[in-house]
Design a protein around this ligand. Structure first.
Ligand SMILES: [Zn+2]
Length: 396
């Protein structure tokens, strides 16, 4: 799929609402203008010209885990400016994120303020979110096993900082009222009405602070969420879920059971993360089913300091949705492999998320060692996904 340029990176719920309105008005105006200038056309050619307007398409991009180990936090520190700056981390993949109508990431850390820390109790600079927004990320899931790392302050400060910076979020909530208001997360964009749901299998054994809400994988909860999404007449129900066995390159029985349950209760798309490695992707087409089912078992790491084989990269997963005469379907789906380059530059560590296929033969940014690691990641990932994916191909 191509990478169209997103007209504006920031889309608050109000902005998406406004954008949708403008889209609708412009569609009506375009149709009116076309018809006004077609007095000599036959009705057949007029309908040919007007017909495409009824088809809408949007592209969604999902990224894997955005982690912040301490070397990454140190790398983001800009000595001259005296602030943390994350733009360089996203520099090479920004065109794809910014080009999507909606870009969704798993924020696997908290914004609990100082002192910042990496594993095992993450708290990262707020500037990370500014970097993500600048790159074109629109929504983050915060339901993951690290969301309770810094207790109540971690949960509550994270959501309030995301709100104040204009990043949409889902999965953890200050209290039941906030949960009730924004779960499911309904997003209206360019004529589409989408429900996003975010869950985690657990919180590393740390109890959820009293009155805070973490959206856990619980069948009753998921069933009522699916119903709530259905009641609000959405075009698609999209589940962003934190599950699976760390470092396992295939889904386990728990993932398969939960996916089957979600599909049975109306989910259209399930995108998973947490194992720190990529797991396969399946687009089961509707020939034998009532409707399509799309599941990505694990996106892998988007950015982290993990360097072991299979963990030093991940995927950006693109889905094109099409809406025609009120019917919405998955038009296309594919993935791009991403690899984290972490060179020492002038004595300072850097982290760059690279669209890996574009750097396969690069000799400018990558030294032979890095190029070898990138190539190994590509060949490992391609072998896994070519051999196990269903109807989903790489985008190069
Ligand atoms: Zn995790």
């Amino acid at each position: 799929m191509a990478t169209p340029q997103k007209s504006g990176n920031r889309k608050s719920p109000f902005y998406t609402f406004l954008k949708k309105r403008i889209m609708r008005i412009s569609l009506i105006l375009s149709a009116a203008v076309l018809l006004a200038f077609l007095p000599y056309k036959t009705s057949e050619s007029a309908s040919n010209l007007v017909a495409p307007i009824a088809v809408h398409e949007i592209t969604l991009i999902f990224t894997g885990d955005i982690m912040q180990h301490m070397p990454q936090v140190d790398a983001a520190w800009n000595e001259e400016l005296g602030v943390y700056v994350y733009d360089s981390c996203f520099r090479y993949i920004k065109p794809w994120l910014a080009g999507a109508d909606l870009a969704i990431s798993n924020l696997e850390t908290t914004l609990a303020g100082k002192p910042y820390s990496g594993y095992p109790a993450f708290s990262s600079p707020d500037e990370l979110v500014k970097g993500m927004l600048n790159a074109g990320i629109d929504i983050v899931g915060t339901a993951n096993n690290h969301c309770c790392d810094r207790g109540r302050n971690g949960i509550e400060r994270t959501t309030s900082i995301l709100d104040s910076l204009g990043m949409m979020h889902m999965g953890t909530y200050k209290n039941a009222e906030a949960y009730g208001k924004t779960n499911p997360r309904i997003i209206n964009t360019r004529g589409f009405r989408l429900a996003f749901l975010n869950y985690t299998y657990g919180t590393n054994g740390i109890p959820v602070p009293e009155n805070n809400v973490v959206s856990l994988i619980e069948k009753d909860r998921m069933q009522s969420d699916m119903k709530a999404a259905g009641d609000s007449a959405v075009d698609m129900k999209i589940v962003f879920i934190h599950w699976g066995e760390e470092y396992q390159r295939a889904p386990n029985d728990f993932q398969k059971d939960i996916a089957a349950y979600l599909f049975a209760h109306g989910a259209d798309i399930i995108i998973g993360s947490h194992p720190h490695v990529i797991q396969p992707m399946e687009w089961r087409k509707s020939d034998t089913l009532k409707k399509d089912q799309l599941v990505v078992w694990s996106l892998g790491n988007y950015v982290s300091n993990q360097r072991k084989r299979y963990t030093d990269g991940g995927t950006m997963f693109s889905i094109k949705l099409q809406k025609e005469a009120g019917h919405t379907k998955i038009k296309d789906a594919g993935y791009q492999l991403t690899w984290v380059h972490n060179p020492l530059e002038k004595g300072k560590r850097q982290y760059y998320i690279l669209p890996a296929a574009r750097f396969e033969n690069d000799t400018v940014l990558l030294d032979p060692q890095a190029r070898g690691d990138l190539k190994l990641f590509l060949s490992d990932s391609r072998e896994l996904l070519d051999g196990n994916n269903l109807n989903i191909k790489e985008i190069k």
